[in-house]
Design a protein around this ligand. Structure first.
Ligand SMILES: Cc1cc2nc3c(=O)[nH]c(=O)nc-3n(C[C@H](O)[C@H](O)[C@H](O)COP(=O)(O)O)c2cc1C
Length: 204
């Protein structure tokens, strides 16, 4: 069964979490398929904001098509926080899925979300929730990160992620790299999402 991981990343944090989630998908015996979404910023703007080279942020991967979603049993969406919600690139992609909605083509698939923000309370949870209307309107089921994940507990170290989805805190200037604990949360998320989809009888 395929687990599609659709993400957008400028500085590599979401890409790194998407890769960790892909490891979890494989642990569950699934086939991870990583796809990015079409860019809407010009190369000049990307250069001005200091975007990483394409290969370092997954922008060299194929862009997702709505059909890719039909061909997966589970779907993980990953987006950096933009003013407390998902990025416009992801929203534009999701806005292109109306024909799937009209056919209930995604109903019954299992979905989860990955988020990242510069600051600890800059809207990571709100970013997860900004996906939920899309997921629910499509009839998909939201899989949490199991709260039994040890890395979700404790408050001694800075750590992104919650039962709403995996995540990382990029730091005020975006220079913080994702921690092993944050990667493990994403791994668990990819594994659990895939296991749930399989249990529900998803086969594609
Ligand atoms: C236009 C814009 C809006 C942003 N809004 C927020 C925000 O609301 N809260 C926050 O903590 N970080 C915010 N950030 C920081 C991004 O969330 C951060 O760069 C991103 O999580 C890093 O992920 P990436 O490395 O995958 O691109 C914003 C960045 C940009 C460019």
């Amino acid at each position: 069964m395929k687990t599609l991981i659709i993400f957008y990343s400028v500085y590599g944090h979401i890409y790194a979490l998407a890769q960790a989630a892909a490891e979890g998908v494989m642990i569950a015996g699934g086939e991870p398929v990583l796809r990015t979404v079409p860019e809407i910023l010009s190369p000049e703007v990307l250069q001005k904001i200091g975007a990483l080279p394409a290969a370092a942020r997954g922008a060299d991967l194929p862009t997702a098509t709505p059909e890719d979603m039909v061909e997966a049993g589970a779907i993980l969406f990953g987006s950096p926080t933009r003013f407390g919600g998902m990025c416009a690139q992801m929203r534009a992609f999701l806005d292109s899925t109306g024909s799937l909605w009209a056919k209930s083509a995604l109903a019954g698939k299992v979905a989860g979300t990955i988020a990242s923000s510069n600051t600890q309370h800059g809207g990571q949870e709100a970013t997860h929730f900004s996906f939920h209307t899309y997921i629910l309107h499509h009839g998909m089921l939201i899989a949490p990160v199991p709260f039994s994940t040890p890395e979700l507990h404790g408050s001694d170290v800075v750590c992104g992620g919650s039962p709403y989805g995996s995540g990382t805190i990029a730091g005020d200037n975006g220079s913080r790299e994702i921690s092993e604990a944050e990667k493990e949360i994403a791994r668990r998320q990819g594994k659990f999402l895939t296991e749930v989809a399989k249990k529900l009888g998803q086969t594609v």
